[in-house]
Write a protein that binds this ligand. Structure first.
Ligand code: ATP
Length: 214
């Protein structure tokens, strides 16, 4: 089946249940996981990418386009994730940062071409040699997204990626990210505690576990 399936995904810490999710996110669909602080939203995403910290226990299966990725290491899962504090590497140019997302099999002129293409798509043509410190918050957010997409993920997770932006920019970046993901036909899970994000995503809204409320 196409899309991202969480098949009885459960995460506990000690005796505390944190995550209970059963859902399939179709290609191009956005599902929002909403809940108060500490309700397990980030834990759910950590489980999906295979980066749970010590003391957490997970069960269930994670399927991506029918592939069971549950036991694969993070990179091999091909799940892209964008965080609120997604910082660009300060010692690399904007182009260098984007190159970091590209598979190492893309070499030479093809590499440069892919980076230029990504910059153009993010309305940042000509920015390849810029120092990330000279970019605006919105420009940095777009570079971070393109870096994630250049890795050609089969699904995209968004962990409150718009949190730090001011209201106008927030709406603008949110639609840029969501439009882009829809156009690429990626299943998307958006984590947020902001009903406005959920409304803008326009899809299903779920809690990290049934009792965690929305
Ligand atoms: N490393 C850790 N050690 C101990 N407890 C942790 C750790 N990480 C998370 N927790 C606990 O697990 C629970 C879920 O945390 P999580 O970060 O998933 O919540 P969240 O819904 O993403 O919160 P927020 O909206 O504040 O980011 C919380 O009770 C938190 O205190």
């Amino acid at each position: 089946m196409k899309g991202l399936t969480l098949d009885r995904l459960r995460v506990t810490r000690g005796d505390t249940p944190l995550v209970a999710l059963d859902l399939t996110v179709a290609p191009g669909e956005v599902v929002t996981i909403m809940g108060p602080s500490g309700s397990g939203k980030s834990t759910a995403l950590a489980a999906i990418i295979g980066r749970l910290g010590q003391g957490f226990r997970a069960s269930g299966r994670i399927l991506l386009d029918g592939r069971d990725v549950t036991d694969l290491p993070t990179r091999a899962r091909r799940i892209g994730i964008l965080f609120q504090d997604d910082v660009l590497f300060p010692h690399l140019s904007v182009g260098g940062n984007l190159g970091f997302g590209l598979p190492s099999s893309v070499r030479g002129p093809a590499r440069r071409a892919r980076i230029e293409e990504a910059l153009a798509q993010a309305d940042l043509a000509g920015f390849a040699d810029r120092d990330p410190a000279t970019l605006s918050g919105g420009q940095r957010a777009r570079v971070a997204l393109m870096r994630t997409l250049l890795a050609e993920p089969a699904a995209l997770l968004l962990d409150e990626p718009f949190g730090r932006l001011d209201v106008d920019l927030r709406a603008q970046i949110r639609s840029f990210v969501l439009d882009r993901a829809r156009r690429e036909g990626l299943p998307v899970i958006l984590v947020s505690h902001d009903p406005e994000d959920a409304a803008a995503a326009g899809g299903r809204i779920v809690a990290p576990r049934p009792s965690a409320g929305t």
